[in-house]
Design a protein around this ligand. Structure first.
Ligand SMILES: [Zn+2]
Length: 105
């Protein structure tokens, strides 16, 4: 890898890190109450019970409903960029087999 490619790769990594907080719900869209984090990318409103999800939560819910989807299907149907999905996989939040991505560990 030459220096230019290395720079581009580092830049891309930085961008994906910077973009990581893009989707992070903090206020209930229903009633404006601050949300409580209930784990696994899920946030719940203590007032009205509405649930909101961050990027990880969105991908997790999609994969629970569509186990074995591939990364392009996940990207297309959740709107979460594939770089971010790959990163979640590399962080071991999801597992990958010959049949695709799943939430099983
Ligand atoms: Zn609410």
């Amino acid at each position: 890898m030459n220096e230019k490619e290395e720079m581009a790769r580092a830049e891309e990594k930085f961008r994906s890190l910077a973009a990581d907080d893009e989707i992070k719900p903090s206020i209930c869209k229903n009633c404006g109450t601050p949300l409580n984090y209930s784990g696994l990318g899920e946030y719940k409103c203590p007032d009205c019970g509405r649930k909101e999800y961050d990027s990880y939560g969105i991908v997790r819910i999609y994969l629970e409903q569509h186990p074995g989807a591939n990364i392009l299907q996940v990207e297309k149907n959740t709107g979460i960029p594939r770089q971010k999905i790959s990163r979640m996989i590399s962080e071991d939040r999801f597992s990958v087999s010959g049949r695709g991505i799943s939430t099983d560990k």
